[in-house]
Design a protein. Structure first.
Length: 460
């Protein structure tokens, strides 16, 4: 049995409009970030008449790293706030990469700041580098808000350690997720010593006002989009599990009913973070894409069992309450800039591609879907895809391993043979990182400009 959903024509009518691709605001945002960093450096420069001896140079290096670390901490939290302008215009996966990179830089700057400042203070007190530990203890005991800063710094180090790739991959997702949430506490604890112990804020009231404003705006965004917005969404739509249906061995679809779901602002290609209020799953929140266009009273996700949470979905009972946050993601029809579109899916990356395959407007032959899986048995939702292709006059192709396990050829040459005018297509790509990178390189080799390759990656 499959969970085939009707209504593709109605969903397409909602997206039928003249193609007006929305440009990503990533470049202006990055320029704004660099401008902010330049302003922080100017603040230090303006409040530093001269840098004389070695001790002064070390302390001022500590000041610079501390100011930059404080600035980046605000950005780290902003990137966790799930602001729709970032999540839907820039893309959730890209924002996540920014967050990881910013977090690494922040932790390095924090460690450098602590080391340099304590070393400088030790030299200033007539001590040596070997006395840095004792100097740190003395500073924590004597300076205002340094105790809280020490706890916050320790939390940042713990968060940084568990976010290292090999460590994170060995941890249960829920454990890593909840440890990661301690970032809020770490930033809160380290903020106060910036104001009370920072010389730059003591001599520049305007700078202090700006710092309060920066952190205040970020805090307001977190409260609004991480707390208030999800509460409003779930009280309004009151979602419950309608049914759980096995699509293929190891892959299930969860049908979710609710009130006026088409008014959630969700589109084909979007995903939500789902929390199912069932025993053993109440404290787990995981991202899953919609595998069909939203209907007025029904949403659907299709999930492969690759962990405790995804495997537990098959045991959900009808009527189970659902808590959702979203919609998120930028892999939607608004990225389209050409009449012809190629959709490329790897594994369970088929879920957003299936929704787009159903809803992207186009004449016969304009829409092509290439589905990569290990075997024909792993081609989830194949019957639905075939029915959509027949109805729309779209092309449906699959690429599976051969009987001897040989992987199919998805090279630039192969793509050009199968789709002669591929360089005149928009391409939507979703799949595991390794697959996505390989296909991206093949597409570029086939002449598809980077600006017309729209992709989101995830961990299988």
């Amino acid at each position: 049995m499959t969970s085939t959903l009707a209504g593709g024509r109605a969903a397409r009518r909602q997206t039928m409009r003249r193609i007006r691709p929305r440009r990503s605001p990533a470049v202006p945002l990055l320029l704004a970030v660099w401008a902010g960093a330049a302003a922080v450096l100017w603040l230090w420069w303006n409040n530093t008449p001269s840098v004389g001896d070695t001790t002064s140079r070390i302390i001022n290096a500590g000041r610079i790293t501390g100011l930059l670390a404080g600035y980046l901490m605000a950005l780290v939290v902003l990137q966790m706030a799930r602001v729709p302008a970032l999540e839907r215009r820039v893309g959730s996966d890209r924002v996540a990469r920014w967050h990881a990179m910013t977090g690494r830089y922040t932790l390095c700057l924090v460690v450098a700041h602590v080391f340099l400042i304590m070393w400088g203070y030790a030299l200033q007190a007539g001590k040596t580098l070997g006395d840095i530990v004792q100097q740190t203890i003395d500073s924590v005991n004597q300076l205002p808000d340094m105790g809280k800063a020490a706890v916050g710094t320790a939390l940042l180090v713990v968060i940084g350690l568990v976010s290292i790739g090999p460590v994170r991959r060995r941890m249960p997702y829920d454990t890593w997720y909840h440890v990661h949430l301690m970032t809020y506490a770490a930033v809160f604890l380290t903020f106060w010593h910036q104001i009370s112990a920072g010389n730059d804020f003591a001599v520049e009231p305007i700078a202090k006002t700006f710092w309060y404003g920066l952190y205040g705006v970020v805090t307001a965004l977190v409260v609004w989009f991480r707390i208030i917005t999800p509460i409003r969404l779930n009280l309004r739509h009151r979602m419950r599990v309608e049914a759980v249906i096995e699509e293929t061995p190891g892959i299930v679809s969860v049908l979710i009913s609710g009130r006026k779901l088409h008014r959630m602002g969700a589109e084909a290609g979007h995903f939500f973070r789902w929390r199912f209020l069932a025993p053993g799953m109440r404290f787990s929140s995981h991202p899953y894409s919609l595998s069909a266009a939203p209907r007025p009273g029904l949403l659907r996700i299709t999930v492969k069992a690759i962990g405790d949470h995804s495997a537990g979905l098959r045991r959900l009972e009808p009527g189970t309450r659902v808590w959702a946050e979203g919609p998120y993601g930028a892999l939607t029809a608004s990225r389209r800039s050409r009449g012809k579109v190629l959709l490329v899916a790897g594994g369970v990356g088929i879920t957003p591609m299936r929704a787009l395959f159903e809803t992207l407007p186009g004449a016969a032959g304009d829409i092509t879907l290439l589905y990569r899986a290990n075997s024909t048995q792993d081609l989830a939702l194949w019957d639905e895809l075939a029915a959509i292709a027949d109805e729309r006059g779209a092309r449906l192709m699959y690429a599976v391993n051969g009987p001897d396990g040989a992987r199919p050829d998805i090279s630039a040459e192969s793509l050009q043979r199968k789709i002669g005018d591929i360089d005149r297509h928009d391409v939507f790509l979703c799949g595991p990182p390794g697959f996505a990178q390989s296909v991206y390189e093949s597409l570029r080799g086939a002449g598809v400009p980077a600006r017309r390759i729209h992709h989101e990656s995830f961990e299988m």
